[in-house]
Design a protein around this ligand. Sequence first.
Ligand SMILES: [Zn+2]
Length: 216
Amino acid sequence: MHTVIRGPAPGGLRAIREKYTPRWVQYYPTKTGRKPSDSKWQEFHRDVSSVFFGNCGYCEEDDKGEVDHFRPKSRFPERVYEWENWVFVCHACNHVKGGKWPAGGYVDPCAKSRNARPEAYFRFDTTTGEILPTPTLSAARQRRAKQMIADLRLNAYHHLKKRVAWLRVVNGALDGRDTNDPKARQFVKLVASRETWLSTITRTWLEEAGYMDDTN
Ligand SMILES: [Zn+2]
Protein backbone atom coordinates (compact mmCIF):
# COMPACT_ATOMS: atom_id res chain seq x y z
CA MET A 1 0.00 0.00 0.00
CA HIS A 2 1.06 3.56 -0.62
CA THR A 3 -0.49 6.99 -0.46
CA VAL A 4 -2.76 7.88 -3.35
CA ILE A 5 -3.81 11.48 -3.97
CA ARG A 6 -7.42 11.28 -4.92
CA GLY A 7 -7.96 14.78 -6.31
CA PRO A 8 -11.31 16.52 -6.63
CA ALA A 9 -14.58 14.62 -7.06
CA PRO A 10 -15.68 14.11 -10.67
CA GLY A 11 -18.38 16.35 -12.06
CA GLY A 12 -21.85 14.96 -11.72
CA LEU A 13 -21.23 13.11 -8.49
CA ARG A 14 -22.73 15.79 -6.29
CA ALA A 15 -26.18 15.53 -7.85
CA ILE A 16 -26.10 11.75 -7.60
CA ARG A 17 -24.95 11.89 -4.00
CA GLU A 18 -27.77 14.21 -3.05
CA LYS A 19 -30.37 12.16 -4.85
CA TYR A 20 -29.40 8.63 -3.82
CA THR A 21 -27.75 8.88 -0.39
CA PRO A 22 -30.98 9.30 1.64
CA ARG A 23 -32.24 5.88 0.53
CA TRP A 24 -29.16 4.20 1.95
CA VAL A 25 -29.28 6.22 5.14
CA GLN A 26 -32.88 5.21 5.57
CA TYR A 27 -32.20 1.52 4.94
CA TYR A 28 -29.14 1.13 7.17
CA PRO A 29 -28.33 0.37 9.93
CA THR A 30 -31.77 -1.01 10.89
CA LYS A 31 -32.43 -2.46 7.41
CA THR A 32 -35.83 -0.87 7.30
CA GLY A 33 -37.78 -1.34 4.08
CA ARG A 34 -36.32 -2.45 0.80
CA LYS A 35 -32.58 -2.41 0.18
CA PRO A 36 -31.68 0.29 -2.37
CA SER A 37 -30.73 -1.22 -5.69
CA ASP A 38 -28.83 1.72 -7.14
CA SER A 39 -25.09 1.25 -7.51
CA LYS A 40 -24.19 4.44 -9.31
CA TRP A 41 -20.63 4.28 -8.00
CA GLN A 42 -20.02 1.81 -10.79
CA GLU A 43 -20.53 4.66 -13.24
CA PHE A 44 -17.42 6.25 -11.73
CA HIS A 45 -15.29 3.12 -12.13
CA ARG A 46 -13.04 4.81 -14.66
CA ASP A 47 -12.54 7.90 -12.49
CA VAL A 48 -11.60 5.81 -9.45
CA SER A 49 -9.42 3.48 -11.53
CA SER A 50 -7.44 6.35 -13.05
CA VAL A 51 -6.70 7.84 -9.62
CA PHE A 52 -5.15 4.49 -8.65
CA PHE A 53 -3.58 3.89 -12.10
CA GLY A 54 -5.58 0.69 -12.30
CA ASN A 55 -3.75 -0.86 -9.34
CA CYS A 56 -5.58 -2.16 -6.27
CA GLY A 57 -5.47 0.38 -3.44
CA TYR A 58 -4.69 -2.39 -0.96
CA CYS A 59 -2.59 -5.13 -2.61
CA GLU A 60 -1.29 -3.00 -5.57
CA GLU A 61 -1.94 -5.71 -8.12
CA ASP A 62 -3.44 -4.57 -11.40
CA ASP A 63 -6.93 -5.66 -12.11
CA LYS A 64 -10.06 -4.68 -14.00
CA GLY A 65 -11.04 -3.65 -10.52
CA GLU A 66 -14.06 -2.50 -8.60
CA VAL A 67 -15.08 0.51 -6.54
CA ASP A 68 -14.76 -0.29 -2.85
CA HIS A 69 -16.43 1.67 -0.08
CA PHE A 70 -13.50 2.12 2.30
CA ARG A 71 -15.98 2.65 5.13
CA PRO A 72 -18.62 0.03 4.34
CA LYS A 73 -22.03 1.27 3.31
CA SER A 74 -23.76 -0.90 5.93
CA ARG A 75 -21.96 1.03 8.69
CA PHE A 76 -21.55 4.41 7.01
CA PRO A 77 -24.52 4.75 4.63
CA GLU A 78 -24.13 8.54 4.63
CA ARG A 79 -20.80 7.99 2.84
CA VAL A 80 -22.08 5.72 0.10
CA TYR A 81 -21.68 8.41 -2.56
CA GLU A 82 -18.74 10.19 -1.03
CA TRP A 83 -15.77 10.47 -3.39
CA GLU A 84 -13.39 10.38 -0.39
CA ASN A 85 -14.79 6.98 0.58
CA TRP A 86 -14.09 5.23 -2.72
CA VAL A 87 -11.03 3.08 -3.27
CA PHE A 88 -10.10 1.20 -6.43
CA VAL A 89 -9.68 -2.46 -5.50
CA CYS A 90 -9.10 -5.82 -7.10
CA HIS A 91 -11.89 -8.35 -6.91
CA ALA A 92 -10.04 -10.52 -4.38
CA CYS A 93 -9.49 -7.68 -1.89
CA ASN A 94 -13.04 -6.40 -2.28
CA HIS A 95 -14.42 -9.89 -1.71
CA VAL A 96 -12.53 -10.56 1.53
CA LYS A 97 -13.01 -7.04 2.86
CA GLY A 98 -16.77 -7.17 2.35
CA GLY A 99 -18.56 -5.19 5.06
CA LYS A 100 -15.79 -5.56 7.62
CA TRP A 101 -14.87 -2.55 9.72
CA PRO A 102 -12.93 -3.37 12.90
CA ALA A 103 -12.79 -1.06 15.91
CA GLY A 104 -10.23 1.55 14.88
CA GLY A 105 -10.89 0.94 11.18
CA TYR A 106 -8.33 0.27 8.47
CA VAL A 107 -5.43 2.24 7.01
CA ASP A 108 -6.75 4.60 4.34
CA PRO A 109 -4.62 4.66 1.17
CA CYS A 110 -5.83 8.24 0.65
CA ALA A 111 -5.19 9.42 4.22
CA LYS A 112 -4.20 13.07 4.30
CA SER A 113 -2.22 13.28 7.53
CA ARG A 114 1.28 11.92 7.24
CA ASN A 115 1.17 9.52 10.20
CA ALA A 116 -2.13 8.02 9.03
CA ARG A 117 -0.72 7.06 5.63
CA PRO A 118 0.19 3.52 4.55
CA GLU A 119 3.90 4.45 4.50
CA ALA A 120 3.73 5.02 8.27
CA TYR A 121 2.04 1.69 8.91
CA PHE A 122 3.67 -0.86 6.63
CA ARG A 123 6.97 -2.10 5.35
CA PHE A 124 7.95 -5.03 3.13
CA ASP A 125 10.19 -8.04 3.48
CA THR A 126 11.69 -8.33 0.01
CA THR A 127 12.86 -11.91 0.58
CA THR A 128 9.50 -13.41 1.49
CA GLY A 129 7.33 -10.77 -0.20
CA GLU A 130 5.42 -10.15 3.03
CA ILE A 131 3.85 -6.86 4.03
CA LEU A 132 4.50 -6.19 7.73
CA PRO A 133 3.51 -3.60 10.33
CA THR A 134 6.21 -1.00 10.94
CA PRO A 135 7.91 -2.27 14.12
CA THR A 136 8.01 1.15 15.82
CA LEU A 137 4.22 1.64 15.76
CA SER A 138 2.28 2.13 18.99
CA ALA A 139 0.32 -0.92 20.17
CA ALA A 140 -3.00 0.42 18.84
CA ARG A 141 -1.56 1.29 15.44
CA GLN A 142 0.24 -2.05 15.30
CA ARG A 143 -3.13 -3.75 15.88
CA ARG A 144 -4.76 -1.77 13.07
CA ALA A 145 -1.99 -2.72 10.64
CA LYS A 146 -2.12 -6.40 11.62
CA GLN A 147 -5.90 -6.50 11.41
CA MET A 148 -5.82 -5.06 7.92
CA ILE A 149 -3.18 -7.55 6.75
CA ALA A 150 -5.23 -10.41 8.22
CA ASP A 151 -8.69 -9.29 7.08
CA LEU A 152 -7.63 -8.45 3.54
CA ARG A 153 -5.32 -11.48 3.40
CA LEU A 154 -2.54 -9.27 2.13
CA ASN A 155 0.00 -12.04 2.77
CA ALA A 156 -1.98 -14.78 1.04
CA TYR A 157 0.16 -17.19 -0.94
CA HIS A 158 -0.98 -15.84 -4.32
CA HIS A 159 0.17 -12.33 -3.32
CA LEU A 160 3.55 -13.49 -2.02
CA LYS A 161 4.12 -15.54 -5.15
CA LYS A 162 3.45 -12.56 -7.42
CA ARG A 163 5.61 -10.18 -5.38
CA VAL A 164 8.60 -12.51 -5.23
CA ALA A 165 8.28 -13.42 -8.91
CA TRP A 166 8.10 -9.73 -9.87
CA LEU A 167 11.18 -8.86 -7.82
CA ARG A 168 13.01 -11.63 -9.64
CA VAL A 169 12.04 -10.03 -12.94
CA VAL A 170 13.27 -6.64 -11.72
CA ASN A 171 16.50 -8.18 -10.48
CA GLY A 172 16.99 -10.03 -13.73
CA ALA A 173 16.34 -6.95 -15.85
CA LEU A 174 18.85 -4.87 -13.91
CA ASP A 175 21.34 -7.72 -14.05
CA GLY A 176 23.73 -6.01 -11.64
CA ARG A 177 24.04 -2.93 -13.85
CA ASP A 178 25.71 0.13 -12.39
CA THR A 179 23.28 2.57 -10.76
CA ASN A 180 24.39 5.27 -13.23
CA ASP A 181 23.87 3.13 -16.28
CA PRO A 182 21.29 5.01 -18.40
CA LYS A 183 19.36 1.80 -19.21
CA ALA A 184 19.24 0.89 -15.51
CA ARG A 185 18.04 4.38 -14.59
CA GLN A 186 15.32 4.24 -17.19
CA PHE A 187 14.15 0.85 -15.98
CA VAL A 188 14.22 1.90 -12.33
CA LYS A 189 12.10 4.94 -13.16
CA LEU A 190 9.54 2.72 -14.85
CA VAL A 191 9.19 0.06 -12.16
CA ALA A 192 9.34 2.56 -9.28
CA SER A 193 6.54 4.60 -10.85
CA ARG A 194 3.25 4.59 -9.00
CA GLU A 195 1.64 3.77 -12.32
CA THR A 196 3.33 0.37 -12.25
CA TRP A 197 1.86 -2.38 -10.11
CA LEU A 198 3.56 -3.49 -6.86
CA SER A 199 5.54 -0.24 -6.77
CA THR A 200 5.94 -0.15 -2.98
CA ILE A 201 7.72 -3.49 -2.57
CA THR A 202 9.66 -2.70 -5.76
CA ARG A 203 10.84 0.61 -4.31
CA THR A 204 11.88 -1.14 -1.11
CA TRP A 205 13.89 -3.66 -3.13
CA LEU A 206 15.46 -0.90 -5.25
CA GLU A 207 16.42 1.00 -2.12
CA GLU A 208 18.04 -2.07 -0.62
CA ALA A 209 19.90 -2.72 -3.86
CA GLY A 210 21.06 0.92 -3.98
CA TYR A 211 19.12 1.89 -7.12
CA MET A 212 16.79 4.48 -5.61
CA ASP A 213 17.86 8.10 -5.34
CA ASP A 214 16.05 11.40 -4.92
CA THR A 215 15.06 11.56 -8.57
CA ASN A 216 12.89 8.41 -8.37
ZN1 LIG B 1 -6.14 -6.18 -4.09
